[in-house]
Design a protein around this ligand. Structure first.
Ligand SMILES: Cc1ncc(COP(=O)(O)O)c(C=O)c1O
Length: 446
């Protein structure tokens, strides 16, 4: 921790008038100049992020239970990442896109060692970009063009990735990619049909797809835990059944482990639980631990077919050395410090704390998720609807010093996503639960 941050207190005690005044000035300028791209901005302006905490100018300390945008698995400003960036930016930052460098091949090799059947790697910058490349790759190698995703999915904001994203953003921007289809992911807290198993629902969805497609199904793209869709954890056996449906139709299976990859769920990759390896794997968010780095991984066979078909995905920052060196360091730290295992034990502690809250407060309807990717779904209570409760709890939590966010999908009144850094300590987990409980009490007992 920075020495001048030591001893900074949570907001209640140090929330100075000066700070409010400078925040007002800041938001006046922000309102004037910032283009809105997704709802309101958070009324907290960090000047420093360190470990699991964010700090503002006045000394308010906020516990970051979203790991930034679900990415900072090592906490903020991890000293070894800081050192890697400092070193690389002064040594080897960015290159001509057809020029390879040691950190790039080292990272590709390290990733291939983790998933030996997907040894061909391309490094990009964002999750949307990686999925865009994966979808394009699937189209090129199958010669087909129909893409299927889950209706609660989020894969990114670029054309192909956005066309496979059903959670939000489909309206108002013109046609999506032709040949886009969605099927529902199972939701055990809010099942679509009572008494219907996930297998029946999946089989039925594929029957509908068979009727609607034009015989050009290229790929299915899936998150093993649908995070933006409300932290919907696909049950054991689901991915295997999904892959069987794909194989029966000559479709490729793309798994998007933007949020679940690199230890978050307690395993290096979430798909390992299911004994399934996708045809194409995309990694992003957690791979750069908060810095822009993503990867597309595939098999030798698919890479050979892509090569024969002149696959093109040439971008400015493809295989850049600086972010590659960061990714390599992230993998080294995650393995060395046993962070996937820590996600299991810390996740169990966090889940137990959240389940304790669920027992005490009827406004919590469900707690679900895997490892350190958890969701807490709010329910109606005492005439207050779940959406109002979830918003009020989130606002109060921020006031008290805890940052978490609400995702809404379908009829859900709001699911709080809780995904602290994998380096989170037991004390920080307990503090988070305590702040959440105080926020719930504050809202419910008002
Ligand atoms: C599962 C998943 N895939 C892809 C993306 C898109 O990543 P990016 O915003 O880096 O383009 C997101 C972003 O939230 C995501 O959650």
């Amino acid at each position: 921790m920075r020495s001048d941050l030591k001893g900074w207190q949570p907001n209640e005690s140090r929330n100075s008038l000066m700070n409010h005044i400078s925040d007002d000035a800041f938001f006046t300028r922000a309102r004037r100049h910032m283009l809105r791209y997704g709802g309101d901005f958070v009324p907290f302006v960090p000047v420093q992020a360190q470990g699991s905490f964010l700090y503002d100018r006045g000394g308010r300390r906020v516990l970051d239970f979203t790991s930034g945008q679900m990415s900072a698995i090592l906490g903020h400003s991890h000293p070894e990442i800081v050192e890697t960036v400092r070193d690389m930016v002064g040594k080897l930052d960015h290159l001509f896109s057809s020029m390879l460098s040691e950190p790039v091949v080292d990272l590709a090799e390290a990733l291939a060692n983790l998933v030996p059947s997907l040894p061909r790697v391309m490094l990009l910058s964002t999750g949307g970009e990686a999925n865009e490349a994966a979808i394009r790759l699937a189209k090129v190698v199958t010669g087909k063009w129909e893409i299927v995703g889950f209706t609660q999915s989020w894969h990114g904001m670029t054309g192909g990735a956005a066309a496979a994203t059903y959670k939000a953003g489909r309206r108002g921007a013109g046609p999506v990619m032709p040949g886009s289809f969605g099927i529902p992911a199972p939701n055990f807290y809010r099942p679509r049909f009572a008494g219907v198993s996930w297998q029946q629902e999946l089989d039925d969805s594929f029957e509908l797809l068979d009727r609607q497609c034009t015989g050009n199904l290229a790929a299915f793209i899936a998150e093993p835990v649908l995070s933006s869709g409300g932290v919907l954890d696909l049950p054991p056996g689901y991915l295997k059944a999904l892959q069987a449906h794909c194989r029966a139709r000559g479709m490729l299976l793309i798994l998007d482990e933007a949020q679940t990859g690199i230890g978050r769920t307690g395993l290096m990759f979430a798909f390992e639980r299911d004994g399934v390896v996708p045809d194409i794997l995309t990694l992003s968010k957690t791979l750069g631990a908060g810095l822009p780095l993503s990867a597309v991984m595939t098999s030798d066979a698919i890479a050979a077919r892509a090569d024969a078909a002149d696959f093109l995905f040439y971008t400015t920052h493809v295989n850049d050395p600086l972010p590659a060196a960061v990714g390599l360091k992230v993998l080294e730290i995650v393995a060395r410090d046993g962070l996937a295992e820590r996600a299991q034990s810390s996740g169990a502690r966090l889940a137990a704390g959240l389940r304790g809250l669920m027992q005490r407060y009827p406004c919590i309807g469900d707690v679900r998720g895997r490892g350190l990717l958890l969701g807490l779904e709010f329910a109606d209570q005492d005439g207050m609807d779940a959406a109002a409760i979830s918003d009020a709890v989130t606002d109060t939590a921020l006031d008290l010093g805890l940052s978490a966010n609400i995702v809404r999908a379908g009829s859900s009144g709001g699911t709080m996503r809780i995904a602290p850094p994998l380096t989170v300590t037991n004390e920080e987990i307990d503090l988070g639960i305590d702040l959440l409980e105080k926020s719930i009490k504050n809202v419910i007992l008002k």
